[in-house]
Design a protein around this ligand. Structure first.
Ligand code: ACO
Length: 336
């Protein structure tokens, strides 16, 4: 193979591979029935329109607590020490604070003293964008291993008086260990953003407040145009996946699983049809977790490994695809 890049005059030929996965969710589970006691909704409405039946809601754990548990599990499963990590990236739209970053809090809690760390914000595409970013760092040859986590406590940005959004979301975290490899495992990538459609999904805006500014309103709560998001997913996202697969080095029917962002089961039905694959190839767990934004894909990946669907032995090809606020959308085709 041709060398991929040169750094400091040294030929570098390194690839990245996902070598371990883990997930964690708060223990408190809130069912659709529980929600119907708090707001005018029903299990029937929520389940039939979205597939969601439950969600995990944090009582006291923060986004960095959930992410830290994932990081600990990744280290334990792989037998690594925290100081062997070169980087930690956390994708989140519900950070504990803007500063320090959630990733910095995770670093401190696990003692990853040699890692450089940052958060990445791309809503429900955050994990895919962060993983694509991490892969480049490893491929540069400068870094050997790091962890990429999606972690959210969306329960703190949800308006619990608004039944149109409150029933959809949940808390949780998932992540992967990414390590240098001699084999190429990232086969294709396509990432997109369209900031001009940003108003379709919004949360946590902080207005100007200084004595030298016109005061602006803070908008804490998440709001969305559900129909527009639904249409965006089945049009733009499906189209981008089809485009990517048309040029991919693997035929569509050779792809073992399509791990898509877990927003709504009906979106997955329509995506399967548009991509032209059996719905069985699109596993789902939004029934158990709701929509956990940046955490949804790594939680699903980790559960697929726990269930033996994905073996982590380098024999399978999977597609990861996130889509959401920004707008942002993106897919990765990887051997795992
Ligand atoms: N319980 C009962 N009734 C409800 C609820 C609820 N929780 N929420 C809304 N309704 C009512 C509405 O008030 C409306 O009543 P009306 O006709 O009397 O006005 C009726 O149900 C229909 O509302 P719609 O919003 O038209 O419902 P729709 O069939 O479009 O489903 C949904 C809404 C599920 C949000 C759908 O648009 C969707 O799945 N969109 C995708 C968006 C998504 O999943 N977003 C997640 C975040 S984005 C992301 O992760 C990419």
């Amino acid at each position: 193979a041709e060398p991929l890049s040169f750094l400091g005059g040294v030929e570098i030929m390194t690839f990245a591979k996902i070598s371990q996965v883990a997930h964690y969710a708060p223990s408190q589970v809130i069912s659709n029935q529980d929600l119907s006691e708090r707001m005018d909704t029903s299990d029937e409405w929520i389940a039939s329109r979205t597939g969601i039946r439950k969600r995990h809601i944090s009582q006291s754990e923060s986004t960095s607590d959930l992410a830290t548990e994932v990081a600990r599990r990744l280290l334990e499963k792989s037998g690594l020490q925290a100081d062997q990590l070169d980087f930690i990236f956390v994708a989140t739209i519900s950070p504990d604070s803007m500063m320090p970053s959630t990733a910095a809090r995770v670093q401190a809690k696990i003692g990853a003293s040699k890692a450089f760390v940052f958060d990445l914000t791309a809503a429900c595409s955050g994990f895919v964008f962060a993983l694509a970013t991490a892969e480049k760092y490893i491929r540069s040859g400068q870094y050997k291993r790091g962890i990429v986590i999606g972690s959210e406590t969306l329960s703190k940005v949800i308006d619990w008086e608004d039944r149109t959004t409150a029933v959809l979301f949940g808390d949780g975290a998932g992540g992967v260990l990414l390590e240098a490899s001699e084999q190429q495992t990232f086969l294709a990538e396509s990432l997109f953003s369209d900031g001009s459609r940003g108003e379709v999904l919004q949360s946590s805006s902080v207005g100007l407040s200084s004595p030298y500014s016109d005061k602006e309103e803070d908008k804490k709560y998440l709001s969305m145009d559900g129909r527009a998001v639904f249409d965006f997913a089945i049009r733009d996202v499906a189209k981008s996946i089809k485009h990517m697969l048309a040029d991919a080095p693997v035929a569509v029917d050779e792809i073992d699983y399509f791990l898509l962002h877990q927003a709504n089961d009906r979106i997955l039905d329509k995506m399967a049809k548009k991509i032209g694959v059996d719905r069985e190839k699109l596993p789902a767990n939004m029934m158990e977790y709701g929509n956990t934004s940046a955490a949804s894909i790594p939680i699903l990946l980790s559960e697929c490994v726990d269930q033996g669907l994905i073996k982590l032995d380098g024999s399978q090809t999977i597609l990861l695809s996130g889509f959401g606020g920004g707008l942002t959308w993106g897919s990765l085709l990887v051997t795992i």
